[in-house]
Write a protein that binds this ligand. Structure first.
Ligand code: HEC
Length: 122
């Protein structure tokens, strides 16, 4: 990322790249962990990422060529499916609703969308 000049400028992550994201609730409790590992030849159609999600105890919630993960991450296919963290890149409300119809969008995220309209990924 440093070599490319920032996360949004990376076009291809090297084999073996591992990205891990901790997901917290608004009261700062760990809700889940998502990860992606670049494995040469694993899934050439979708940039060779192994997708994984774990609950806070380490139980596997999703693993492998997970269509739902890939469908959303494909919005940033130019960045090899890796999003920049908010507020650099934000999901449009329509995408949120499409993927999580039963969840309310957090007021914090709604505020970010208002403050950074140019950061919304199309
Ligand atoms: C509805 C869209 C959406 C879905 C579905 C989704 N993600 Fe993400 N993911 C994002 C966004 C947006 C970010 C960057 C913002 C953030 O860090 O919260 C992100 C960040 C990540 C990151 C940190 C690297 C990066 O791209 O910034 C990992 C790892 C990750 N997601 C894995 C997963 C896995 C594994 C799944 C499926 C179990 C998944 N994601 C499903 C939207 C999504």
């Amino acid at each position: 990322m440093k070599k490319a000049g920032g996360i949004e400028k990376v076009r291809k992550y090297p084999n073996g790249s591992l990205l891990v994201k901790e997901n917290y609730t608004k009261d700062k409790k760990l809700a889940s962990i998502t990860a992606m590992l670049k494995l040469q030849g694993y899934d050439p159609a979708d940039r060779n990422w192994v997708m994984a999600a774990y609950d806070p105890t380490g139980k596997v919630l999703a693993f492998g060529k997970v269509g739902s993960c890939i469908a959303c991450h494909d919005m940033v296919h130019k960045q090899d499916l890796v999003f920049a963290p908010p507020p650099a890149q934000l999901l449009p409300v329509s995408t949120w609703k499409g993927f999580f119809p039963k969840q309310a969008i957090s007021p914090m995220y709604a505020k970010l969308l208002q403050e950074h309209p140019k950061s919304i990924v199309r």
